[in-house]
Structures are given as C-alpha cells and as structure tokens.
Design a protein around this ligand. Structure first.
Ligand SMILES: O=c1ccn([C@@H]2O[C@H](COP(=O)(O)O)[C@@H](O)[C@H]2O)c(=O)[nH]1
Length: 618
C-alpha cells in the first residue's frame, strides 16, 4: 500500500472457492490506482493488485485450473492520479498498463471527452492489443470522419492450463453522452448484426460477456436473450459495471453475471466448475458458479493467497507501487488546501441534515462561489446534480487529491437570465420528479417538442450511480417527495421530512451481526445470497438523495417576498434536463437562451472555497 495510507486491521473473512475457470474482476476504478488513503479496508494499490494476481495465477497453475483477469471500463476520471495532471492521465495510463488484463472493454467515462477517446485509441488499445474488445463501439477519425471498430468485436482464445475455448465480447450500454470522435451502437442493433449471429453459431466452452453495463440494465437482458436464442447450451459468464455496486445475477442455470463495485474498493472473484471442454464426449455442461467480493487490502490478499508480508509482494508489484508514489509526488496530490471540520456524506446522512455533503454545498459553498460580478445583485437559483459529487469528504486534510475525488469533472456553470420566479421555482421539483413524466412520449412530443428520436433522458441519471442502481422500492418514496416538492411554494424540499428520509435504507445490504471487531462496509445481498463479501462487515447506512439540489442566493431578506425574476444558474451537465424543466414549468426557453455564468469549473471553485474557509488544524 502507498506510504501514508492507514493500515488495514484483520477482520473475520470468508474463503474463496476455486473452480476450473476463475476470474478476477475490476471495474469503475476511476483512477484510484493508489488505493484509499483514509479507508484502510480499501488501501491496496495497483502494485499490490499486481502482486496478488501474480500469486493467484501461480495458485491456478498449481491447481491445474485457469485464472483470467477482466476489466469493464471507467478507468479514468475520479482521482487526482488521473485528473490532476496536464494532460489528464499523464501517469495513469502507464501505471494501469503494468497489469496483464485478459479481457478489457470501454466505459462511458473513457468517452465523455474527445481527449480521453484519443488516449483510449492511441494508448490503451496498443497497450492491451488483442485483449481489448469493443463489440458496439467505433472510433471516428477526427480528420477524415471515417468510422471503424474501436477494437476487435470479439476475442477467441484458449486458456493457459486447460485449453478451454473462450469467446469474449466487450459491450458498453446505450450511452449517448459521448464526444463525436466515437460512436456507440445500440446494443439491440448490435445483437442483430451478422458478425454477432455468426459468432453465436460457434461452440466455445464458455462465452464471456464483458460490458460496461449495470447487471439490472436492459442491455444485458437483450444480449442474454439474443445469445440464448441462438445457442442454448453454452455457459455464459457476464461481467458488468457502471452501477458502482457489488452485485451478482443469475440469468439461467448456465449463465450468471458479476459486478464488482467501484473505485478499487472491490476486486470481484468468480469461479466456474463443471465445464465441458471441446472434444469431450457430447454431453451438456452443467456448470456451477461462485462469487466473492474481495475488499481491496493487503491483509485480505495475504489471506486468499496463504502468504504474508515477506512472501506476498513481487518485484513488479513493488515497482508499480513506486511508480504511483512518484506520480503522486509529482502531482502534489498530498498538498493540503484545508482541513474538513467533520465528515460529509453523500448517502450516509439524510439529504437535509448536518453532515450531508449536498447540504454543505447548498448552505455554505454555493452562496460564496456562485457569483458573476456583473449580476451579483440579481437573485439567483443555483442548481447542481447530486451525481456531480463522486465521493464523501472525511474529517481531516482536504488535499489536491480530495478535490478530484469529490469533483473530477470539468463542468462549468451556465445560466438563463431573468426567468420569472413563478416559472423558475418549479424547476427543482421537476428535476427531482420520481414519477415517469421524463419517460412519457406525450411529454416528449407535446411539451418538449422533441422532433428527433432521442427522448429526454431519465432524470435519475442526474443522481449518483450507486443510487441509480437501487431497486424499485425507492420509487414510491421518491413519488411522495415529488408531490411535496411540486406543491411546496418555493420549489425547495419542504421543511418536514419526507417519509423516506426518516429511516436509513439498507436494500442490497443485509444486516449481519453486530460485533465489536467489525468495521463498517459492504454487506451485499445478491441473487446468490448474502455471503458474498469476503470480509464480514457492519452494515452501512444508506439514505436516498434527490437528483438535484438548489441554493437560493441573494433573495430578499424577508422570505415572504419573492423576486419577480431570477437567474437560473446550473452546472452544464444538467442542461439537457434544465431546458425541458423550464418548458414544463411554462417557460418558452431553448438552448439558445443559455449563457456562460462565470469563469472556472466547479472543481476549481470548490478547492478555492476550502482554502478560504477551512483553515483549521488537522
Ligand atoms: O460530467 C459528468 C459526468 C457524469 N456525471 C454523473 O455521473 C453519472 C455517471 O457515472 P458513472 O461513473 O458513469 O456511472 C451520471 O449519471 C451523473 O450523475 C456528472 O454529474 N457529470
């Protein structure tokens, strides 16, 4: 682990089950190759992971089984190691490439910016060559406009020890926010293509579908159905991501899926037994599957390899730890901007209570930072999406690294000037509407006048991915909130607590037992049961948060008086929802009415604010 990281403590552990074919899975690492400095249970770095995979491959060789490494994208954006350099990723791509990943695909974060698509194409692709699979993603040459597959559409190979015949795919969900030097083909169209249908006629021992796709998203369903229609008898193992959660899903008796969390907190383990090898007598495979979510720390890695501090680490692993350490120093990631006076949580505190990160932004940060000198005296509503915040703030040093961990995006603030307050006040309620208005075709044609075939995106995409993945039961609670928001006079969350804020939610998590030696962490419940986490944890609390939050700035001091008009200021990422929400509120606005509000990104403004306001000791 990195120097300065807090040491992990031993915790009650569950063992891994090995099979014929085994997988280690990372996803949504978002630049956290240095591990977590303030959370010991996730403190292993990419160098430790390299030592771990080396030792696990040795174990596989000894057992005569096979081990494959899979990564399902979103390797970039979310940590100083990637975001703090100019250009972004100056050190990250090289550090990441020290790992031998057998199957790797692309996430949406590799595609938001023109620049990161170029890096994916000219760096990650050559680094991983035939291991990189892009089943529904094309690269568009910025000079010629020519479109060609980002990488091969599928990969066929034999495993090292048993010669198992594998066909692997690499999908991305139907993402539409990509820069124009890439093109994502809809999954439902891809599975109808001749090349795909031809591959399904083959009879490998296993299909491995990697995808930057949440396990409960429709895209995996579509792929599964298309595959089973063409091929009834081959086991299929899916590896997904994007939702930032630990999850496992059973599609049928021969097909399962695994998702392995986020931010290098989790290394996913999947084992498959009962496979039939090509050439075996013509009987059907009757595979069995196991899954484990490994907490990313060296004590767990020692446990699973049966090694210790003196025998576990490899020269290469140590070398990569040094690469990370020196990159962090070059980037001055430990440079302290201020000291957070307490913890601020994204979902471990209620939306409107002290200690909630959005409350901190609404009440303290936005009124200070959302200022355009020429319009300083105008009343304004400043709106941002909760998903724009990516991580909690822990009490103590707030560093250059923390800035990017909390806010990695390059988003700026825009505004629509002089909007009648009667219209503007409704926006926040509509952004947080938990009903299905955003999916309604009527709304699309009658209110938004959308004449192309791209419907308004569901408004839950403004919230944090972890929450987007939460199951249906939250919808009713969200609907109740919306009713209150829409009828409340300011369009702000009403003063009384909506029902769902009253008690913490723990779906996806099962309380285990309360033991004094347990540390708080994931207690996952998936289609396999509730014994998936390798470390037995005390459950974390989870409170549902709104999609977007709002600060009323420079309002008349007497709260009963309302301004005639306000500037509607918002983070640029949510413009696709702000304009429809304005229309829905009765305002005839379009993208043409949107102007830049001020210089600087939210990220840079947050760092400045911390520097000016959190100058205590830590
Ligand atoms: O510029 C951006 C990009 C993304 N977001 C938020 O992130 C999620 C998507 O996160 P994944 O890591 O891809 O799952 C998106 O829904 C937004 O909530 C953002 O706010 N700004």
């Amino acid at each position: 682990a990195q120097p300065g990281a807090v040491e992990p403590v031993a915790a009650p552990m569950r063992n891994l089950t090995w099979g014929q074919l085994n997988f280690l899975h990372t996803t949504d690492t978002h630049g956290w190759l240095g591990g977590h400095f303030q959370e010991p249970q996730y403190s292993a770095d990419w160098g430790d992971y390299i030592s771990f995979t080396h030792q696990m491959r040795k174990l596989a060789d000894d057992k005569g089984s096979d081990l494959l490494l899979v990564d399902t994208g979103d390797r970039v954006e979310g940590n100083g190691l990637f975001d703090a350099s100019t250009p972004k990723g100056l050190y990250q791509y090289d550090i990441y490439a020290q790992q031998d990943v057998d199957i790797i695909c692309t996430g949406n974060h590799e595609l938001y910016q023109h620049y990161s698509i170029e890096r994916e194409h000219n760096t990650t692709l050559p680094n991983f060559k035939e291991n990189y699979v892009a089943s529904n993603l094309d690269y568009v040459d910025p000079e010629t406009g020519n479109r060609s597959p980002m990488a091969q559409r599928f990969r066929r190979f034999k495993t090292k020890n048993q010669g198992l015949d594998i066909i692997a795919f690499g999908f991305i969900f139907d993402f539409i926010g990509n820069a124009n030097n890439s093109a994502v083909q809809r999954v439902e169209d891809t599975v109808k293509e001749k090349w795909f249908l031809d591959v399904l006629k083959e009879k490998p021992d296993v299909f491995v579908v990697t995808g930057h796709v949440g396990l409960r998203m429709e895209e995996f369903e579509v792929i599964f159905k298309a595959m089973r229609q063409a091929n009834w008898h081959t086991p299929i193992v899916f590896f997904g991501g994007h939702a930032h959660v630990r999850d496992a899903r059973r599609f049928d008796s021969m097909s399962v899926a695994l998702a392995s969390g986020r931010y290098m907190e989790t290394v996913g383990w999947m084992s498959v037994d009962g496979l039939k090898k090509t050439g075996d007598v013509e009987t059907e495979a009757s595979p069995t599957f196991t899954r484990t979510y490994i907490d990313n720390n060296v004590l767990g890695m020692y446990h699973h390899t049966g090694l210790d501090e003196s025998s576990f680490h490899t020269d290469k692993g140590r070398e990569v730890t040094k690469m990370i350490d020196s990159a962090r120093k070059e980037l001055e990631l430990d440079r302290r901007f201020g000291c957070a006076p307490r913890d601020y949580w994204m979902s471990r505190a209620r939306f409107n209570e002290d200690g909630n990160i959005y409350k901190l932004l609404m009440d303290e940060v936005f009124p200070d930072i959302i200022v355009n000198e020429d319009r300083r005296n105008e009343s304004r509503l400043a709106i941002m999406n909760t998903g724009g915040i990516r991580f909690d703030i822990f009490k103590g040093a707030f560093t250059r690294d923390t800035t990017y961990i909390v806010s990695p995006f390059v988003s700026e603030f825009r505004y629509v000037p002089d909007v009648p307050y009667e219209i503007a006040r409704r926006i926040i309620g509509i952004l947080n509407d938990g009903s299905r208005i955003w999916a309604s075709p009527l709304l699309q044609s009658e209110i938004f006048h959308v004449d192309n075939d791209v419907p308004p995106r569901p408004n839950k995409f403004m919230s944090a991915p972890e929450q987007q993945a939460h199951p249906e039961l939250k919808r009713d609670a969200a609907d109740n909130l919306v009713k209150k928001l829409l009828t409340s006079s300011a369009g702000l969350p009403p003063p009384e607590k909506p029902e769902y804020m009253a008690e913490p939610q723990r779906d996806g998590q099962t309380p285990l037992r309360s033991q004094p030696d347990l540390i708080a962490g994931y207690t996952t419940k998936d289609d396999f049961g509730d014994d998936g986490d390798d470390t037995v944890h005390e459950p974390l609390e989870f409170y549902y948060q709104a999609n977007a939050f709002q600060s009323d700035i420079n309002f008349p001091p007497n709260h009963k008086e309302k301004p005639e008009t306000v500037d509607v200021v918002f983070i640029d990422f949510i413009q696709p929802w702000i304009i429809p929400a304005l229309k829905f509120s009765g305002g005839d606005y379009s993208d043409k009415d949107v102007l830049k509000y001020m210089e600087g990104t939210f990220t840079s403004k947050l760092a400045e604010w911390v520097g000016e306001n959190w100058q205590g000791d830590c």
